[in-house]
Write a protein that binds this ligand. Sequence first.
Ligand SMILES: [Fe+2]
Length: 334
Amino acid sequence: MEELLTELKSKRISGVGIPEDYALIQAWMHEIRTFNPTRRIYRINPYIEVYEFRKNVFSLFTQNCDGAGDVWMHLIVGPEKAMLIDTAFGLGDIKGLCDLLSGGKELIVVNTHPHPDHGYGNCRFDKVYCHEYAADTLRRQDEHLWDYLFDENGNNKWLIFDKEDLPVFKPYEIVPCKDGTVFDLGGGHEVELKWVPGHHSAHCMFLDKKNKILFAGDGICAHVSGEGSGMRPNDPYGKYNNLECYRAELRKLYERLDEFDSVFPCHFILDLPAKPLLDAMLEACDAILDEDRIDFEEPYITGGGEAVIRQYKYVKGFGILGVQKQNDGIRYRR
Ligand SMILES: [Fe+2]
């Protein structure tokens, strides 16, 4: 019997983690982390809280190593194979934990997008599937990925963790996939990769038709769903990174609501009701794109350190949609 721990090995010293100014997120995260009966921390990976919100669907909570929001990975265990959605920063033995939870089934590892909090743990695995537009970004990963997490004296900047528990970087196989690629976990249990750009040009969601769950990555987030950072250095697909493309792909998912009824993002509140949520997200997109209606705007520093203006529209009953503003409108429109 695997020994259990009661608390995570990591400890936040600065940054967001779980946003203190969003009461609903605070309340939901507090409730599940304190009282959910499925919560487990296994000694094999003391950086991950494991929850089982559906039978054989494990949601893996880990604190974000940099100053941004804490992260969910998700492990779907099918009849023959398991699928891990995202690898966070790679803290601790993620593969060992997945093997423990799946009973050692063959593991398919996929990325929603190549941001640090979703893909820096990839090198713990031999092979990772991603949208085809993410492949070049992932190929540029190297042993310096985690350098920025430490100050000039080698001290942790945002989160206390043991440096030894980061992965030792090794090259791994990157498999670029087209929109609509279907993964078979055995016995007809299919999970489909659905491209939904906006947060990143290569961002995709994963539709688990058996469990009727849409794993939404950062495309839907009970905080700020940040869409449309436009053209980025080293990204030839930046023309898709805007709100118009986001809305177009979200509308396609809306037409398929008979295939899923719940949404599991990669940050904060999970198990969101699909139809009212997509209704509200699309309504917010329409307000910005069709009527130029926003609720407020403020200066924003991007992950890459760029100072921009971000515009925000409230998403009814849920959160906020944030879009970067640019004079030519490209971050809104194609
Ligand atoms: Fe993220």
